[in-house]
Design a protein around this ligand. Structure first.
Ligand code: B1M
Length: 235
C-alpha cells in the first residue's frame, strides 16, 4: 500500500492539503488530485483559487524538475493527466457565468506544438467571462487557422505556443493574414510561457497575455475598443 493510500486528505488543513495536491500532481495521481479539488471546493474555496494555488503551482514545480532532467516525458504526461482531471471539475464552475456576451474567439496551439493545458485554461476563463470560444486544438497549421476564421468569424484569434522552436510560427500565421488582407479583421492575442511583450510586438500581434486572467482582461479591453469604434463609425 502506498503512502497516498494511507492518507485521508480530509484530515489535512488547507495548507497541508494544497501541498499534498501539488505532490500528487507531481506523482501523477489523478484520482487524488480530483479528490483534493472537491474538498477545497467543499471548504468554500473559489474555483479560480483552487486552479491557481493548487494546480497551476503544482504544474510549475513539475516544469522545474522536467527542465532539470529529474522528470521525463512519461511522468510529465501523468502529471498533465492529473491536472486535466482537476480542470475537468473546475471547468463548468469557471465557465458558469451570467456575464453579458462579450465576443467570439478562435484559439489553437500552433503547428509543431502539442501543449494544451494553458490553452484549455484560457478557453475556460474566457468562457467564464462571457466569450464564445471555439477551440481548434493543438499542432495547428496556418491553413487550419484560416479555415476556422472563415467558418466561425470570431472577433479574436488566440494562439498558444510553449516551445521556443514553435513560437516563431505565430508570425507565419500573422504574415499570412496580412498577405490575404485579413489582418485588421481580427484582434490577435498570443500567449505561452516562452513569449513576452517584445515578441508579440515584433510579430505584429495585438497583445501578449501572460496568463489566462490577463487574456480575459485584454480580450475585454479590445472588445470595448472595437465596440466604441463601430459606434463612432455608425454615428
Ligand atoms: Co513540455 N516543455 N515538452 N510537455 N512542458 C515545457 C514547455 C518546457 C519549458 C519544460 C522545461 O524544459 N522546463 C520545455 C520547453 C523548452 C523550450 O522550448 N525553451 C518543454 C519541452 C522541451 C518539451 C518536449 C520537447 C520534451 C521532449 O519531447 N523531449 C516535448 C515537446 C512536444 C511538442 O509539443 N512537440 C514536450 C512534451 C510535453 C508533454 C507532452 C509531456 C506535456 C504536455 C501535455 C499537455 O499539454 N497536454 C508537457 C508539459 C506538461 C510541460 C510543462 C511541464 C508544463 C506546461 C503546462 O501545462 N503549464 C512545461 C514547463 C513549464 O511551462 N513550466 C513544458 C501549465 C499551464 C497552466 O501554463 O502552458 O504556460 P502555460 O499557460 C499559461 C500561460 O502561458 C498563458 O496562460 C496559461 C494559463 O495561465 N497562455 C496563454 C498559454 N497559452 C496562451 C494562449 C493565449 C493567452 C495566454 O492566447 C490568447
Amino acid at each position: 500500500m502506498s503512502e497516498a493510500d494511507d492518507l485521508d486528505l480530509r484530515e489535512l488543513d488547507d495548507d497541508e492539503l494544497v501541498k499534498q495536491m501539488q505532490d500528487d500532481l507531481y506523482d501523477g495521481l489523478r484520482e487524488e488530485v480530483m479528490e483534493g479539488v472537491n474538498i477545497l471546493l467543499e471548504r468554500g474555496w473559489e474555483p479560480y483559487r483552487v486552479l491557481t494555488e493548487a494546480l497551476v503551482e503544482g504544474m510549475r514545480i513539475v516544469g522545474v524538475d522536467f527542465r532539470d532532467g529529474i522528470l521525463f516525458v512519461p511522468e510529465v504526461l501523468m502529471s498533465a493527466n492529473s491536472m486535466k482531471g482537476g480542470m475537468h471539475i473546475l471547468r463548468p464552475l469557471l465557465a458558469a457565468t451570467n456575464a453579458p456576451k462579450m465576443g467570439k474567439m478562435v484559439i489553437g496551439t500552433v503547428k509543431g506544438d502539442i501543449h494544451d493545458i494553458g490553452k484549455n485554461l484560457v478557453s475556460m476563463m474566457m468562457e467564464g467571462a462571457g466569450f464564445e470560444v471555439v477551440d481548434i486544438g493543438i499542432n495547428i497549421p496556418v491553413e487550419k487557422y484560416l479555415e476556422a476564421l472563415e467558418e466561425h468569424k470570431p472577433d479574436i484569434l488566440g494562439m498558444s505556443a510553449l516551445l521556443t522552436t514553435t513560437m516563431p510560427y505565430m508570425k507565419v500565421v500573422i504574415d499570412t493574414l496580412i498577405e490575404k488582407g485579413l489582418r485588421d479583421d481580427y484582434i490577435v492575442l498570443v500567449g505561452g510561457a516562452p513569449l513576452n511583450e517584445q515578441f508579440a510586438d515584433a510579430i505584429g500581434a495585438d497583445a501578449y497575455c501572460r496568463d489566462a486572467a490577463v487574456a480575459v482582461e485584454t480580450g475585454k479591453k479590445f472588445m470595448h475598443q472595437r465596440h466604441n469604434r463601430l459606434a463612432a463609425a455608425g454615428s
